[in-house]
Design a binder for this molecule. Structure first.
Ligand code: FAD
Length: 390
């Protein structure tokens, strides 16, 4: 009797190339590696330390934490995670505290710095898995569902399966869908207070967790990092600046400070004091999102994961959770005996992922409206009260 073909069998001899060494790509690499495959990760950064990864992420029980368990990295995560990061202080623009809660009685969503999560995932892979300084410039379909991946330095490699986890500006996305991320109308300008002094109003109210000062369709959001620094986001509704790209440093902190003082005129001097405490440069971070309901066209030997598939504004804190869950669900589908081919497994994975993401994209839009609205903290307080009564 002949054995029924499965996607897993086809994978045994397949060249698997993963674009991007962010959370989604690294998680996919680890999960495939655990199953005996040797995928190759192509990462644009020159090294793990090439740029500040910034910010902290909270991992949900059924999202990031589930993925880390699957990867056998949950104990290491627990050593690094900060449960106290669940504390939240909600403030009016005049500095009045409207809510100061430790949400650890609710869902367990401990914080981890992005740099720590990335390091945890990198360290779990054989070093030769990741090619650093490998900027993908294009992906071209070949016959039989294979693809040629071209790098900016002229190198090329062919793959039986391309897993594109190369983030918001994915080079592979056009092979899968005509959808593109659209600007959300909201821009973050962020910077760090590396060493907050004992008198820092913002650091005190951020505590070990987060501060959200909301009003006039704007917000000042602050988060504590593991190294005790505080990352501050100034969130405004504004037109996109066509002269800048996401992540660009302004290079002129004095004029950014002045512009932010004008934008947040009338807000508490205590809150705005944080502008003088910021000791690095400011970065430009316009927020983009893919539509909740996407149409993907027929494709073979390629799929998208994480932000490449469904970047969304970060208001519900689900981006990294969804990215890690994508990796788990893709690898489950690829190794399910129910799927006879790699393409069949990919189709099943994508159907489930796009369904799941439709809800997540709508949720983050609703969360954004609660944070940036003319009535400031009132709608969020009403939301919390309603949630507590449910
Ligand atoms: C300000 C902000 C705060 C956030 N806060 C949260 C939060 O609290 N909780 C949460 O769950 N999510 C949060 N997110 C979202 C979360 O960061 C992302 O959803 C998550 O990082 C997606 O992971 P990814 O691996 O898909 O993409 P990325 O993290 O973008 O990784 C993509 C990788 O691909 C590499 N790459 C890109 N282009 C190329 C190329 N051409 N060639 C080779 N490599 C390439 C990049 O260098 C990068 O390493 C936040 C996002 C932002 C912007």
């Amino acid at each position: 009797m002949t054995e029924r073909a499965t996607a897993a069998q086809a994978l045994r001899t397949a060249d698997v190339v993963i674009l991007g060494g962010g959370p989604a790509g690294l998680a996919a690499a680890r999960l495939l590696n655990q199953r005996g495959l040797t995928p190759r990760v192509l990462e644009r950064d020159a090294s793990p330390h090439a740029r500040s990864q910034g910010g902290s992420l909270d991992l949900a029980e059924q999202g990031g934490q589930l993925a880390l368990r699957e990867m056998g990295l949950d104990r290491k995560f627990e050593e690094l995670a900060r449960p106290l990061g669940q504390r939240l202080c909600l403030m009016d623009p005049d500095g009045t505290v409207r809510l100061d809660v430790d949400d650890s009685a609710g869902e367990y969503r401990p914080e981890i710095d992005r740099v720590q999560l990335r390091r945890l995932l990198i360290d779990a892979l054989p070093p030769e898995t990741i090619t650093w300084g490998a900027e993908v410039s294009g992906v071209t379909p070949l016959k039989g569902g294979r693809h040629r991946v071209s790098l900016a330095d002229g190198r090329r490699l062919d793959a039986d399966l391309v897993i594109a986890a190369d983030g918001i500006r994915s080079r592979a996305r056009p092979l899968v869908t005509a959808e593109q991320p659209a600007y959300s109308g909201i821009t973050f300008i962020h910077a760090d207070v590396r060493d907050p002094g004992p008198g820092s109003f913002v650091a005190r109210h951020t505590g070990e967790g987060a501060l959200q000062a909301l009003g006039d369709d704007k917000a000042i959001l602050a988060q504590r990092a593991a190294d005790r620094s505080v990352r501050v986001y100034f969130a405004v509704r504004t037109a996109e600046d066509p002269a800048r790209v996401q992540g660009e440093r302004f290079g002129d902190p004095a004029s950014v400070r002045e512009r932010l003082r004008e934008t947040f005129a009338g807000w508490s001097p205590d809150l705005l004091g944080v502008l003088d405490e910021i000791d690095g440069d400011f970065a430009y971070w316009p927020l983009y999102g893919m539509p909740a309901h996407q149409r993907w066209h027929q494709h073979s030997g390629i799929t998208l994961l994480g932000d490449a598939a469904h970047v969304m504004p970060p208001f519900s804190g689900e981006g990294v959770n969804m990215a890690l869950l994508d990796a788990v669900e893709l690898v489950h589908a690829l190794f399910s005996p129910a799927h006879a081919t790699i393409d069949e497994a990919i189709t099943v994975f994508e159907r489930g992922m796009l369904d799941r993401m439709a809800g997540a994209v709508l949720d983050t839009g609703a969360a954004g409206e609660l944070l940036l609205n003319p009535a400031g903290t009132a709608p969020l307080l009403t939301h919390f009260t309603a949630a507590a009564e449910r």
